[in-house]
Write a protein that binds this ligand. Structure first.
Ligand code: SF4
Ligand code: SF4
Length: 112
């Protein structure tokens, strides 16, 4: 039987989530092959940012993105990751797309 900590670490996946995110400009997210170059060049020096959050988007892990939404607003949109991504996945723009999605979600929940 799985212990309580492992159960809490499980990620819920929504297969239609990436489709939903395309409307917010995340159509290039599937081009990311998770290499981590963006993490290496990002001046924020934060663990796994922005690679991790892009990976969550690919997986449809909506709950994890909501949980880590505060990280999205740390991005300076400096463009370093955009210029060095070997897949042309435009990680900085993917982060902007996730911001747009979070604002949309917030507006929906607050009926603005
Ligand atoms: S966005 Fe680009 S640089 Fe970052 S992990 Fe994906 S493929 Fe690598
Ligand atoms: S655009 Fe954002 S995620 Fe990309 S390197 Fe700059 S601060 Fe980091």
């Amino acid at each position: 039987m799985m212990d309580k900590n492992k159960l809490e670490q499980q990620i819920t996946v929504d297969c239609s989530f990436m489709k939903e995110l395309e409307r917010f400009g995340l159509d290039k997210a599937y081009d990311c092959f998770n290499c981590g170059t963006c993490v290496a060049v990002c001046p924020l020096g934060a663990d796994h940012f922005p690679r991790e959050i892009i990976r969550y988007a690919q997986l449809g892990a909506k709950g994890k993105i909501i949980e880590k939404a505060y990280e999205l607003w740390r991005c300076l949109h400096c463009g370093l990751c955009i210029h060095t991504c070997p897949r042309g996945a435009d990680p900085g723009e993917l982060i902007m797309g996730l911001r747009r999605y979070m604002i949309h979600l917030w507006r929906k929940q607050n009926h603005v």
